[in-house]
Design a protein around this ligand. Sequence first.
Ligand code: SIN
Length: 275
Amino acid sequence: MKVSPLSEALGVEVTDVQLAELDGAALDALKTQVFENGIAVIRDQQLSPEQHIAFAKRWGGIDVNPFFPTNSGWPEIAEVRKAETQRVNIGGGWHTDHSYDEIPAMGSILVARELPPSGGDTLFASMGAAYDSLSDGLKQTLDTLRAVHSADHIYQPGGFYSKTDQAAELTGQELSTRAVHPVVIRHPVTGRKLLYVNAGFTLHFEGWTREESLPLLAYLYELGAREEFQCRVEWQPGSVAIWDNRATWHLAMNDYHGHRRVMHRITLTGDPIAA
Ligand code: SIN
C-alpha cells in the first residue's frame, strides 16, 4: 500500500491496494489511515456493488440512508446522482453525513460510477485542524456546549430539496430526525478533539435560541471551511473515497451542469459519540 498526503490538513491518496480482497492487517492499516487523516482516496478499483457491500461490512454495520434513492437495486447503497438535466446536486453544502442521528454514522465509502468530463470534485475539511486553531477561551466555551441537529429542514415537505429538481428522486419526507451532540467530541480511536457542528444539519446550541446561536455557528462554519483546513478529491474512474464523518465535513462541487454524475455511497454505522 502506497500512501501520499492530499493536503497539509487532511487526506491521503492510497495506491497499490485492492479493496475487494483487503482484510486482516492490511485492512487495519487502511482504517488507521482513515482515522488519522480523516479521508483516504483509493485509486484504480474495480469494485462491483456486491464487493462494495462486502467491503463495507468488514468495517462493521451499514446505516441505510432513508432519503437517497437506491435505484441501483442494492438497498445498502445510496445513489448520489445528478442527471444532465438537473441543476441541484446532493450534498452541495458543507455537511457531515447523518449527524442528525442519535448515533451518527462513523463514515462513508463512496465509489465513483459515472463522472462528468471535468468538475464534480469533493472537498473535505478537517474538524480537528479547525478546533486546534481556536483560542483557548473559545475552546473552553465550546467544550461545555451541546448542539441540536436535524434533517427535517432538508428533506421534509417544504424543506430545502422540496424546492429543487432533486425533489422527485428523494424519499422519506415523512420522517423526523433530531439528535443532541457535544459541540466538541473526542475521536474514539485517535483521541483528537474535533469540532462537531455542521452547516447542513446543526440547528442551534442546546438551551440557546437559533437567533442566539447563529452568529457563533456562522463563525465556526466560516472557520471550518477555510482553505487551509481542506483537501480536494479529484475523481477518476475507479476511485473510491473512505471518510471519517466524526472528523471531517465534505461538500460535493456542483460545477458540471449538463453532464451526469453517479456515485454509490455506503454509510458505515458508528458508535455513540462523546466529548
Ligand atoms: C455526499 O454528500 O455524501 C456526496 C459526496 C459526493 O457526491 O461527492
